[in-house]
Design a protein around this ligand. Structure first.
Ligand code: AMP
Length: 179
């Protein structure tokens, strides 16, 4: 799909944040632009409209903003995937790779009924470590992960390919080269 240049122009790039050499792709400027926010949600939803998605899973924290809007549009439920220690009920936990070391994320053990069709949402996929952990969590509690959707792909870091190799179709709306 051709990139939407107007939409891409609403993403702000902050060089050397949070550390030297990183180009931080800031979506707060996209979210704060009413037309861009609506357009991004419409584009994310398009392939799944009428497709009987049961749940949308969002990754803390930017995935909550987008995932909530997408779930509403699809008349689906919303399921949060959170950093460890934040969810009050019984959880399933998964370690995932960060640039240096690992962290853990959790989902409520009963958030999804076995066999439910789920799409995973986050703002950006870089190395894919976060999304890979989220897919494993969802599968562990019985979800059928129909797709993983992101506004931004950093293809040089290989995350989208990593998810595809796990059998998860990936949808992204725009790509930026480099880190
Ligand atoms: P990864 O696990 O490497 O795919 O990293 C994905 C997570 O880190 C997402 O939740 C992004 O919000 C965040 N992230 C990684 N790289 C960037 C970047 N260059 N700009 C903004 N957010 C990023």
């Amino acid at each position: 799909m051709a990139e939407d240049e107007d939409l891409k122009a609403t993403v702000r790039t902050i060089p050397d944040y949070p550390k030297p050499g990183i180009m931080f792709r800031d979506i707060t400027t996209l979210l704060g632009d009413a037309r861009a926010f609506r357009r991004a949600v419409d584009l994310l939803v398009q392939p799944y409209a009428g497709g009987k998605i049961d749940q949308v899973a969002g990754i803390e924290a930017r995935g909550f903003i987008l995932g909530g809007a997408v779930a509403h549009q699809l008349s689906a439920g919303f399921v949060p995937i959170r950093k460890k220690g934040k969810l009050p009920h019984q959880t399933v936990r998964m370690a995932y790779a960060l640039e240096y070391g690992t962290d853990e994320m959790e989902i409520h053990v009963d958030a999804i009924r076995p066999g439910e069709k789920v799409i995973l949402i986050d703002d950006l996929i870089a190395t894919g470590g976060t999304a890979e952990g989220a897919v494993k969590l969802l599968r562990q509690i019985g979800a059928e992960v129909v797709a993983a959707c992101f506004i931004i792909d950093l293809p040089d870091l290989g995350g989208a390919d990593k998810l595809r190799a796990m059998g998860v179709p990936v949808r992204t709306l725009m790509a930026f080269g480099g880190h």
